[in-house]
Design a binder for this molecule. Sequence first.
Ligand SMILES: [Fe+2]
Ligand SMILES: [Fe+2]
Ligand SMILES: [Fe+2]
Length: 421
Amino acid sequence: MDFIRSKNIFLLTRDTLKMMDNRLMKHGSRVAYILYRMMETAGGYEDFEMAEYVMLATLHDIGAYRTADLSKPLTFETKDTLPHSIYGYLFLKYLSPFEDRAKILLNHHVTFMELAEKGEKEHMEITTFLSLAECVDVYREALGEKFNVSSFRPFEGKRFSRQALDVLDKTMRNCRLFDELDSEIHEQKLNALMDSIMFTNEEKKRYMEMIMYCLDFRSHMKVFDTAVCISICSQLAGYMGLDAHTQEMLYYGALIHDIGMLSIPREIIESNRKLTDEEFNLVRGHVHLTRSILESRMEPDVMEIASRHHERYNGSGYPEGLQGKDMTEAQMILQLADSVTGMINDRPFRKGLSNDLVKDILKEDMRDKCYDPRIMKQFMAHFDQIITQAKQQGEDSLATNSLVRSRYKKLELAMNRIKKK
Ligand SMILES: [Fe+2]
Ligand SMILES: [Fe+2]
Ligand SMILES: [Fe+2]
């Protein structure tokens, strides 16, 4: 998988989440930077290890996108800390290659004393560093100039580990930590560190899929839609005889084609009323956002497949009104697959259309040459088979996603029971 560099996976993940809530991601970057500086001070970490922990720390509040009211950041970080810790843990455990370190997220608000009482051994140093880094940033944001790290010392051995507090003090003596956090320097240094991150092809694939699962933070239907769309694409690619390399590019293009939707408010995406012109234009703008977030990060061919998915063979699409001759087969396969997905799947305002109705609509589209006639011919020839298999694959991916939600509910109940004892 050479469509994206390992470092760009980090940048893409960070910027995708930034689209949803810039403030929360900035907090993630600052916490990651404090952790990075603390790891440097403590010593014993290779650059690639620090880079991996930095990526994890950047995502430490990822669960909050699902569980918290982001307009009240201090609430989920200081009072009701369990939901986002649990959801983040499950998200990383089941939907990312971080499964072996997901527990760090589960414990990032647990006190040092509780961790010690539980006999927690795994990732203790990083967990205690992250927990302290989190508090430094949250309280600095809340108290501004009045914040002083020495105010944490009385909680040594209880809320925070002595080692973490000592390492933080030493870090503060070694560098101008707060000045760096308040300027661009921290992001620049994190970006430079990420040159050392190295993922295997399998890890890259799973991270890209994790980015796709983020769509669920905006709309329950989007993950199902994407899985159905990918399946239609791969079946059509087979019937059209695309080579393996192009098929792989099409897979990644289809996987992230709607990533720009993350910047659109949930109320608009899931609205069951007619959108206003302004809202409609906002939704159409998702293709620009998909392009801008993938540009210079992803192989241009993959980026074009993704960002041209609303163009049409006859030039009636958007944003550029391109024609068939300007587009590749892979791009045009995704165009048809995405439209069919929109027809067969439920929408907030209607149920999925019947196969017969979809066929009727597509026959009309055929007359208007909305889609590449050769691709359309293959699609119509294998209609039932393609739709049945696509729906099955959609269900499978949704099952993984629902697993996170159902486990979250069980875990939350169990944790609350423990807390009450
Ligand atoms: Fe946080
Ligand atoms: Fe948190
Ligand atoms: Fe789209």
